[in-house]
Design a protein around this ligand. Structure first.
Ligand SMILES: NC(=O)c1ccc[n+]([C@@H]2O[C@H](COP(=O)([O-])OP(=O)(O)OC[C@H]3O[C@@H](n4cnc5c(N)ncnc54)[C@H](OP(=O)(O)O)[C@@H]3O)[C@@H](O)[C@H]2O)c1
Length: 256
């Protein structure tokens, strides 16, 4: 397939690189030439900063820009890619956002956390496909099958629920790791001492119902410890962490 990528961020980087192994990436579009060039060089594509410069002789355009920019980017590119299948990669953007503007619309959503720093295990990354037309859906499913062993045809409502769940499972838990690091940094204690605990927590949560394997002072109802931790955070003038601690402890106790 001949394809182009719009956006040169985290998802664009990882997706363009895996697709370029079997397909031809024609253009990489980004607002800044340096970003477009950085990715384009890695996948043998042209770097462009104007949508008018897009080569229309492609089978697929992948829009991997920030969620709030998806609609405006689609509106901009659609007139230049009239017969081309255009997909976005967002968990929380309904297919209608695209299909209202462009008839050959689809979604190619990877349920994974992408950073420039880390490698992606594509074979085990679930890919969620949706398309306005059956033929386009079949084409996207076939493409996804080349990358991952876990490919699903889900509708927008299902995908939106997955993304909401992913915010809890990934973004919030990572933010908890960051808060834990701040607590230790304040006492010059090495954060890596928590790694075995963090790994076991994730492992256990994937082997059992997470609610059943909850541990800690909140689930035990150990009020003395809960109070002491609140005092420690107050002493450290971390009112923000105090609030998170109280809300999370309450949530754990309500889950019982
Ligand atoms: N990161 C993840 O873990 C992840 C996982 C699954 C799906 N997604 C989805 O993938 C999409 C891209 O996410 P990302 O994490 O790759 O984002 P990102 O790293 O923040 O990159 C966003 C890209 O969008 C471009 N952009 C922003 N506003 C724009 C505008 N008005 N016009 C044109 N380009 C614009 C940025 O260009 P500049 O460099 O010029 O700002 C950048 O290239 C989103 O829909 C997101 O929900 C992300």
């Amino acid at each position: 397939m001949r394809m182009s990528v719009l956006g040169a961020g985290r998802v664009a980087h990882h997706l363009a690189k895996v697709l370029a192994k079997q397909h031809q990436v024609i253009d990489v579009y980004s607002r800044r030439l340096s970003s477009a060039q950085q990715l384009a060089q890695q996948v043998g594509a042209n770097a462009i900063t104007q949508v008018q410069a897009l080569n229309p002789e492609i089978d697929l355009a992948i829009i991997a820009v920030s969620d709030q920019a998806i609609q405006s980017v689609i509106s901009e590119v659609a007139p230049y890619l009239k017969d081309v299948l255009i997909v976005h990669t967002s968990g929380s953007t309904h297919l209608d956002v695209l299909s209202h503007i462009h008839p050959r619309a689809g979604v190619f959503y990877p349920l994974q956390t992408f950073s420039f720093e880390s490698q992606i295990d594509w074979a085990n990354t679930p890919l969620f496909i949706e398309a306005k037309h059956e033929q386009d859906q079949a084409q996207l499913l076939a493409l996804a099958d080349q990358i991952s062993q876990r490919v699903y045809a889900y509708n927008s409502e299902q995908r939106l629920s997955l993304h909401l769940a992913a915010v809890f499972a990934c973004n919030f838990s990572n933010s908890c790791f960051a808060m834990a690091k701040q607590v230790l940094d304040a006492q010059q204690v090495d954060f890596s001492l928590l790694y075995p605990l963090m790994r076991e927590t994730t492992h256990k949560a994937t082997q059992h119902d997470p609610k059943q394997v909850q541990t800690g002072p909140a689930i035990r109802g150990d009020q003395h410890i809960l109070n002491m931790h609140q005092q420690m955070l107050m002493g450290a003038k971390r009112e923000d962490l105090q609030q998170v601690y109280a809300l999370m402890s309450q949530q754990i106790q309500q889950q019982q």
